[in-house]
Design a protein around this ligand. Structure first.
Ligand SMILES: Nc1ncnc2c1ncn2[C@@H]1O[C@H](COP(=O)(O)OP(=O)(O)OP(=O)(O)O)[C@@H](O)[C@H]1O
Length: 289
């Protein structure tokens, strides 16, 4: 796979000390030795404080692997990960848990039931990370209400369990929980993919508003249309490699890599003219040549 069209070649060494996330030369493999399969190869990406970076790619390109590796749920076979200035490469399970509990990095998954404890009410779910941090009870209760309003949910829902909420409400609670500790970095893995279009639009708007609050977001999606309006920069994953990284507008209006052109051409919701079928077939043939 050539990366000659990449706007930004993977950096050989970390360059940006102020980055909230600095990933360099990340390799991830799955499976035992003889059936070992590569899921990510030489992925380098840095995210600045307050920046929103979208990672797009089709199914199997390695998006979730990237998210799970950056959250310490999958161990890389090579590379360096620095979060908020901490080199987390050698961290064990307990250190990762502590890092997440301190609220440095938080996450939102596609299925909100994976981010939320089914036995905790909305109020308990949102206040738990604050109480763990030692925030006094009254202050935690106030902050919970502030963040509930920020994701446009009513206080009437505070006593409900996740199973008593709609899918859209649940995902908003997950977003509020990820943000309530005001982390430096939030990883969102397909946060709107399971939602209907009305809820999708609302969550995307909430994410846009959050950019102003200064939290860095890594927004992972197979849908370029969802990422396009939220991300400052877009990174394109193809078969485990980053083939293009650039300012969102540049990637959408002037995609360099054949695969990105195919993605842009297949996204009917983008303002740029989508490619017709013959053009997409031509790009696909080029990609597999
Ligand atoms: N736990 C695992 N064990 C073995 N292989 C895995 C595992 N998780 C993912 N893979 C493989 O790694 C590759 C990347 O998968 P990953 O889930 O990261 O892709 P993705 O881009 O998130 O896809 P999707 O959009 O379908 O979720 C795929 O070939 C997948 O089959």
């Amino acid at each position: 796979m050539t990366t000659e069209h990449a706007r930004q070649k993977p950096a050989a060494t970390p360059t940006d000390e102020s980055a909230v996330l600095e990933v360099t030369g990340l390799d991830v493999h799955y499976g035992p030795r003889r059936r070992r399969r590569r899921a990510l190869h030489d992925v380098s990406l840095s995210v600045a404080p307050g920046e929103t970076v979208g990672i797009i790619g089709e199914t199997g390109s390695g998006k979730s692997t990237f998210a799970r590796t950056v959250l310490g749920l999958v161990r890389p076979s090579a590379g360096r990960i620095v979060i908020g200035g901490e080199d987390v490469g050698a961290y064990g399970t307990r250190q990762w848990r502590r890092l997440r509990r301190r609220g440095v990095v938080q996450y939102v998954f596609q299925d909100p039931l994976r981010s939320l404890d089914p036995d905790l009410t909305v109020e308990e779910s949102l206040s738990e990370p604050l109480l763990i941090q030692g925030v006094p009870r009254q202050e935690a209760a106030d902050r919970v209400r502030t963040f509930l309003a920020r994701v446009q949910l009513s206080e009437d829902l505070l006593d409900r369990l996740p199973g008593e909420l709609s899918g859209g409400q649940r995902q908003r609670v997950s977003v509020a929980r990820a943000l309530v500790t005001e982390p430096k970095l939030v990883i969102l893995d397909e946060p709107v993919s399971a939602l209907d279009s009305a809820n999708r639009v609302q969550i995307l708007q909430i994410l846009k508003d959050l950019r102003a609050a200064g939290t860095a977001l890594v927004f992972i999606s197979h849908d370029l249309g969802s990422v396009a309006g939220v991300a400052d920069r877009i990174a394109v994953l193809y078969q485990g490699e980053l083939v293009e990284v650039g300012a969102a507008r540049d990637v959408i209006t002037d995609p360099r890599h054949v695969y990105t052109r195919l993605l842009v051409g297949s996204a009917p919701t983008l303002r740029t003219a989508s490619a017709d079928r013959a053009e997409r077939d031509r790009l696909r043939a080029l990609l597999h040549a």
